[in-house]
Ligand binder design. Structure first.
Ligand code: ADP
Ligand code: MG
Ligand code: ZN
Length: 492
């Protein structure tokens, strides 16, 4: 296995990365018992004999977890086999009360597949090797220090038995930025499917395998990939963390290789606060786990679940359809489809009002104002009726776009009021025609000089008069209309 590296220019290496992504599936209850998966304030309260691993307690498979996995498989274009099986992966660790984890081995629920990412304006297909169901272990809390310096460690089994889908990619990534793009895209798809909640702490955890291989990436043989010594970096919990940990590893491995040192096959731990990876142990091998079939769970026939379950239109397809159906540009379509909630909201308003107006309002105005306040759409997802009403007020020309954006929306977000209340309180309703006409006459009478200037051909004079009328109407008149009325008034 060990390749003795020689002094080589670091640019002649190709970076090769493959991921194992652990995704918590959103189900009400755990994968093998009826305990709630909701985060609890008190440790060890969402537990029962099954997830505590008490003798004689038997697992019962949660159908919702299987459904979620099949949906992910459909979205990733995986093969869902006729039959899938569960295995025991045996090891001792305090967060694993049974001393084995129920997982899947040689008959995973999703086999093969792809996910397309776009990176630096290029589309790339990342191969999916497999995705399998398993149970999450409990969580450990190291008190008074880190894993190796703590005074003592507390164990909490609330998380034990939360359904996980472990998605394993092919070693198709060629730089850490691609990994980040992939994780963002994967999250997008998982959220569209409604099987995942990105806002939950630790809901996506990544192990990243990385090796540096001599030569150009077009000529690497799969045998070389298999034989290359690689490090597996654990404890990555964010997209940005993945990119940083892998960039660190690229540099570390290049430095080692350029000094003539071989890369050890090992497991390393990403220390987020220090921004470094540290060696944990030599990489465990499959035979260490003594996999054998979980006799308490019969093989599961899943092939027809694939036909029974439907999945929603996915972000890429929706993006393209939005551009065609509503005649909007690629950039807006991008913004409108990154979350299903935004896409659904846009589509509802585009079908009810002018699609161009809806696109500008949702993609630029609403998302822009949220971004400015460091908010995301889920922070306001109980106020879609109010945003719809605001767009309606603009579409009906009851208030000006400028007031809608600069006064109503901002006040809605800053003071939690509804649009009609704000329009009333601020007197933003568009002034009726008579009042505008009266203001026009007044402005003309009060400014004889401007009138004279206008008549002798000075264009600026009209703008001045428009300004006067706008002032008199408190900014609520439509400038186009005012302009028109002034021209008519001054024509005689
Ligand atoms: P293991 O069973 O030891 O974890 P696998 O062959 O199942 O190993 O692969 C695990 C992960 O390692 C996969 O995500 C795969 O893409 C990745 N991988 C395989 N070969 C390489 C390599 N040469 N460099 C980086 N990652 C690799
Ligand atoms: Mg592995
Ligand atoms: Zn339980």
């Amino acid at each position: 296995m060990s390749t003795q590296a020689t002094q080589t220019d670091s640019d002649t290496y190709t970076v090769v990365i493959g991921l194992e992504v652990h995704v918590q599936l959103e189900t009400d209850t755990k994968i093998f018992c009826g305990c709630s998966t909701e985060p609890a304030d008190e440790p060890n309260t969402h537990t029962c004999p099954v997830c505590l691993g008490l003798p004689g307690a038997l697992p019962v498979l949660n159908e919702a977890a299987v459904e979620a996995a099949v949906k992910v498989g459909k979205a990733l274009d995986s093969n869902i086999p006729e039959e899938t099986r569960f295995h025991r992966k045996n090891y001792y660790y305090p967060d694993l009360p049974k001393n084995f984890q129920i997982t899947q081995y040689d008959n995973p629920i999703c086999q093969g597949g792809t996910l397309e990412i776009s990176h630096q304006d290029e589309r790339r297909e990342i191969g999916i090797r497999r995705a399998h169901l398993e149970e999450d272990p409990g969580s450990l809390q190291h008190v008074g220090g880190s894993i190796d310096t703590a005074d003592y460690t507390l164990v909490n089994y609330n998380r034990a038995g939360t359904p996980l889908l472990e998605i394993v990619t092919e070693p198709d990534f060629r730089d850490p930025e691609e990994v980040r793009a992939f994780l963002a895209k994967l999250e997008e798809v998982l959220e569209y499917l409604g099987v995942f909640d990105a806002s939950r702490d630790g809901s996506l955890r990544v192990d990243a395998n990385i090796s540096l291989i001599e030569g150009d990436h077009n000529t690497i043989e799969s045998e070389t990939l298999e034989e290359a010594n690689r490090t597996e970096v654990k404890n990555i919990s964010s997209h940005k963390g993945a990119e940083k940990a892998l960039s660190y590893e690229v540099t570390r491995q290049k430095n080692a290789l350029s000094r003539g040192r071989a890369i050890d096959q090992e497991t390393r731990h990403w220390d987020e606060s220090k921004g470094i990876t540290v060696s944990m142990r030599s990489k465990e091998e499959e035979k260490d786990y003594r996999y054998f079939e979980e006799a308490n769970l019969p093989p599961l026939q899943v092939s027809d679940w694939k036909d029974k379950l439907s999945i929603p239109e996915l972000p890429d397809a929706r993006r393209e359809r939005f551009q065609e159906e509503y005649d909007i540009d690629a950039e807006s379509a991008d913004k409108l489809t990154t979350t299903k909630q935004v896409a659904d909201f846009f589509e509802a308003t585009a079908d009810e009002f002018d699609p161009g107006l809806a696109a500008t309002w949702v993609a630029d105005t609403l998302l822009g104002e949220l971004h400015y306040r460091d908010m995301i759409i889920t922070d306001v997802d109980d106020r879609f009726d109010e945003f719809r009403r605001l767009i309606e007020l603009v579409d009906n020309e009851e208030i000006t776009e400028k007031n809608a954006r600069e006064v109503v929306l901002r006040t809605m977000l800053d003071e939690q009021k509804d649009p009609d209340t704000i329009v009333d309180e601020e007197g933003l309703g568009k002034t009726d025609d008579d009042a505008v006409a009266a203001a026009v006459t007044e402005a003309v009478n009060e400014n004889p000089q401007a009138v004279e200037d206008y008549r002798s051909g000075e264009g600026d004079a009209l703008n001045y008069l428009v300004g006067q009328v706008m002032q008199k109407t408190g900014g609520s008149a439509d400038p186009q209309t005012v302009n028109q009325l002034l021209r008519e008034e001054l024509a005689d």
